[in-house]
Ligand binder design. Structure first.
Ligand code: SAM
Length: 265
């Protein structure tokens, strides 16, 4: 480990907390790559989630028009506030899952792995240009998986419906202190309109949730177990397996269920 990082933590009286996903990045080159990947323009507002000891913050502050950082750990927050408020950064103390996110253009974060799922779903509801985010590699694999692949999941469907997602690079676990159990992957997400006519987004989300609770079943069986839907020969793709059904096909199923009053949710 970088001894200056250790000294910095001792100075601040910080002992990394596992429940807050405090695995601090120690590699300056990787920090540069992450920030460069966001392609920040000088008039853009950037949000950083979980700035920690500030390895990304010190780079972001140089390139962002406006920088907003959100940190849950009180000691880290106090340190960040003293250091970055005078530089014009808005430093928020709180849980990013509870905070009303301000308007922003881009989000950059070495996410605490403990909140990968809720923060991803929260971000999918926001309007922004792009996100550069670090996830556990296995989680990132599920986010980018395509229909029919081993890791294709509810997460893959929701992420690919609402964003263009690209795998940028992996970060070996020894580039963090303390080292997590698995390697990390940096992804870039660019929000988009769905490629199909998503008329019933809430029902679509619920159909996706139920279908992927029964990933290996046929669609008709998954709909029966999930929603109690009886046999109906007209339901599209009902003899396909859930893991082989594309987001667009799930949308067709959703349209059929809603428009034929098979499902009322
Ligand atoms: N950005 C730093 C880096 O790259 O070294 C720290 C990354 S560390 C993986 C995650 C950071 O998120 C920690 O500083 C942790 O205290 C903070 N954190 C954890 N849960 C959070 C939450 N719910 N809201 C805001 N910050 C959180």
């Amino acid at each position: 480990m970088d001894s200056s990082l250790k000294e910095h933590m001792e100075e601040l009286g910080i002992t990394p907390t596992q429940s807050l996903g405090q695995n601090f990045l120690t590699d300056e080159n990787i920090a540069n790559r992450i920030v460069n990947s966001a392609e920040i323009k000088e008039d853009e507002t950037i949000v950083e989630i979980g700035p920690g000891l500030g390895i990304l913050t010190e780079r972001l502050v140089k390139v962002a028009g406006e920088l907003i950082i959100i940190e849950k750990d009180k000691k880290l927050y106090e340190h960040l506030e003293n250091k970055y408020t005078p530089k014009g950064v808005k430093v928020i103390h709180g849980d990013v899952l509870d905070v009303d996110l301000p308007e922003f253009d881009k989000v950059v974060s070495n996410l605490p792995f403990s909140i990968s799922s809720p923060i991803t779903f929260k971000l999918l509801e926001q309007d922004f240009k792009s996100a550069v985010l670090t996830y556990q590699k296995e989680y990132a694999d599920r986010m980018v998986a395509k229909v029919g692949e081993k890791n294709y999941s509810r997460l893959s469907v929701m992420v690919s419906t609402h964003t263009d997602v690209n795998r940028l690079f992996n970060i070996p676990k020894d580039r963090f202190y303390p080292s997590p159990k698995v390697d990390a992957t940096v992804l870039k997400l660019i929000p988009k309109e769905p490629d199909f006519d998503l008329k019933y987004p809430k029902v679509f989300e619920e159909v996706v949730r139920q279908l992927f609770s029964y990933r290996r079943k046929m669609i008709r069986n998954a709909l029966n177990t999930g929603f109690g839907i009886e046999k109906d020969e007209k339901i599209p793709y009902q003899n396909k397996r859930v893991g082989n059904i594309s987001p667009e096909q799930i949308n067709e199923i959703t349209d059929y269920l809603v428009e034929n009053n098979v499902l009322n949710i």
